[in-house]
Design a protein around this ligand. Structure first.
Ligand code: 5GP
Length: 142
C-alpha cells in the first residue's frame, strides 16, 4: 500500500506560493520552475498541480498534459542553452532516488561529453537560477 500524499511537501508549498521559485511556465494544470540543486545549467522541474506522491498514484488523466508540457520545456531548454540533447527523468519512491513526494519530471539540457552533476547536490546561486529561467522563458516565447 502506497504512503499517503503529504500536502506539506516542498513542491506543494511552491505551488501554493508559500515559498519562492524561479518559474518558467504555468497553465491551469502544470507549473515548471528551476531546480535549486541543478544537475546541469537549465535543469527544470515540470510539476502538475494535481496532488500525487509520484507517477504510481497519479490520475492517468494528469500524465498526458504533463508530458505535453515536458516536451515543450525540453524543446525550450535545448534552444535556450544551445544544448546537444535533453535528459528527462522521473523518480518513484526512495529506492528510485525520489526525495520530494509530489509528482515531478526533471528536464536537463545536455552537452556532448559533459556528465550530469550529482542528484540533489549543490545549491545554485539565486541570480544564476533567475538568469537561466529568463533564458527558458524567452525560448518558450519565441
Ligand atoms: P526527486 O529526487 O524527488 O526526483 O527530485 C527532487 C528535486 O527537487 C531535486 O532535484 C532537488 O534538487 C529539487 N529540490 C529540492 N528542494 C527544492 C526546492 O526547495 N526548490 C526547488 N526549486 N527545487 C528543489
Amino acid at each position: 500500500m502506497a504512503e499517503a500524499y503529504d500536502p506539506g511537501n516542498i513542491f506543494a508549498k511552491i505551488l501554493r506560493g508559500e515559498i519562492p521559485s524561479h518559474r518558467v511556465y504555468e497553465d491551469d494544470a502544470i507549473v515548471a520552475f528551476m531546480d535549486v540543486m541543478p544537475q546541469g545549467a537549465g535543469h527544470t522541474l515540470v510539476v502538475p498541480k494535481a496532488p500525487s506522491r509520484n507517477m504510481l498514484d497519479a490520475d492517468p488523466a494528469t500524465l498526458g498534459p504533463l508530458f505535453a508540457v515536458v516536451q515543450k520545456i525540453a524543446v525550450a531548454v535545448k534552444k535556450a542553452f544551445n544544448a546537444d540533447g535533453v535528459t528527462v527523468m522521473q523518480f518513484n519512491e526512495p529506492a528510485s532516488g525520489q526525495t520530494v513526494y509530489h509528482l515531478h519530471v526533471h528536464v536537463v539540457p545536455r552537452f556532448e561529453g559533459v556528465p550530469l552533476k550529482p542528484h540533489s547536490g549543490q545549491m545554485e546561486k539565486p541570480e544564476v537560477l533567475a538568469e537561466n529561467a529568463g533564458k527558458i522563458r524567452a525560448a518558450l516565447g519565441g
